[in-house]
Design a protein around this ligand. Structure first.
Ligand code: ZN
Length: 381
């Protein structure tokens, strides 16, 4: 198994991590402008200065999600549709890029597809090379909300010091590069870096999910890497409490999929969001455009409450879109025909939601802070 040195204090290792990240960029053979000293955002093409991102969509899935391995089935092959996948994703991201105004370009997406559910590192590099939009990948395992957890996560977690073993995998991906998802679990790694840790819970936190959260806490403390979460109609507060109890900097924690039934009861959980930001964590409305459950006006009202209570610096946005999706595990044949093409629009945040927030009376400078400054701050480490 990979090893890390998570007991080393963050400050002492940050320079080493920076040098490793620079080496990763060199290893990819890509032309990456030499960044200034200090914290960096780890894109799939290497580290960049945070002020080069522009508007950042904090939770997307361009180009693919594939749950097949969660059901111990072979993933749908990407080779026959690879070009089409890239062309589609590039076209959709260019549309997002074109919506950006002054001081908002070139734009960035955080690609939140976790380990072995359609996270193809080289596909992400090819995507990033062909679009103006920056691409930031994640480490982490998905949850048991709508499918079983990945058998690799379960196998690691059940070993002696299982949490430590999962943490070591996350740290290795952060400092040295993502696992290559072809072949046996954990046998091959790329030099393509990740820039965030993904965590996920079912409606109620399950034992295997808890282990992944504990591992994320260790990895975040060791590297300074931010954590972004999936919640399932509730569970954000439990996630936040778990991370804080384990010493994670709350400013590094982004509680995701907010905007509907977040406290398991209310369609708009204003008090619940206030508790999360009161703990120092961030609240992310990342299903913008997903029907009326996450409609623009509804999200804008919840954002307005946070802005009015002085928490504009703790709000983030995205769409949680993925153009190619294989989730029909029952009918999976392990062929390219398993791919479903979903309607993915990456422009709702920067068009419809911005308009709705202005209607709510949120100022341009506060909107710019949430779209540009907040991601810049949280993604740099
Ligand atoms: Zn997602």
């Amino acid at each position: 198994m990979p090893t890390g040195s998570p007991s080393t204090p963050t400050a002492a290792i940050s320079r080493r991590h920076f040098l490793q990240a620079t080496a990763i960029a060199a290893g990819t053979g890509l032309a990456v402008a030499r960044p200034k000293a200090g914290p960096k955002v780890r894109t799939v093409l290497g580290p960049v200065d945070a002020d080069t991102l522009g508007v950042t969509l904090m939770h997307e899935h361009a180009p693919v999600i594939d749950w097949a391995e969660l059901f111990e089935l072979p993933p749908a092959p990407i080779a026959p549709v690879r070009k089409q996948m890239l062309d589609t994703s590039i076209r959709l991201l260019e549309r997002f890029h074109k919506t950006l105004g002054k001081g908002q370009g070139p734009g960035a997406i955080v690609e939140c597809t976790p380990i072995r559910v359609g996270r193809y590192p080289r596909l992400l590099v090819d995507l990033a090379r062909r679009t103006k939009v920056h691409v930031i990948a994640c480490t982490g395992f998905w949850c048991e909300a709508m499918a079983p957890q990945h058998p690799w996560a379960i196998a690691l977690g059940q070993k002696k010091n299982g949490v430590r073993k999962i943490a070591d995998l996350y740290i290795r991906e952060i400092t040295r590069g993502m696992e290559d998802p072809h072949g046996e679990w954990g046998k091959k790694f790329t030099k393509i870096p990740v820039g965030i840790i993904k965590c996920a819970t079912s409606t109620y936190l399950r034992p295997s999910e808890r282990r992944c959260h504990e591992a994320a806490a260790i990895a975040s403390r060791a590297t300074g890497c931010p954590i972004t979460t999936h919640t399932t109609d509730g569970g954000g507060l439990e996630e936040a409490q778990l991370f804080l109890k384990r010493g994670v900097d709350p400013g590094r924690v982004i509680i995701g999929h907010q905007g509907n039934l977040d406290d398991r009861t209310e369609l708009e959980s204003h008090e619940y969001h206030r508790r999360l930001v009161g703990m120092g964590c961030n609240v992310q409305f990342d299903r913008v455009g997903h029907a009326e459950k996450y409609g623009n006006e509804k999200i804008a009202r919840q954002v307005k409450a946070l802005v009015d209570s002085g928490h504009v610096k703790q709000v983030f946005f995205s769409h949680d879109n993925g153009p190619y999706f294989n989730n029909d595990y029952a009918g999976t044949k392990g062929s390219d025909s398993d791919w479903k093409i979903t309607q993915s629009d990456y422009t709702v945040v920067t068009t419809g939601l911005v308009k709705a927030m202005k209607t709510q009376g949120i100022s341009d400078s506060n909107i710019q802070a949430m779209l540009v400054s907040n991601p810049r701050r949280v993604l740099a480490f």
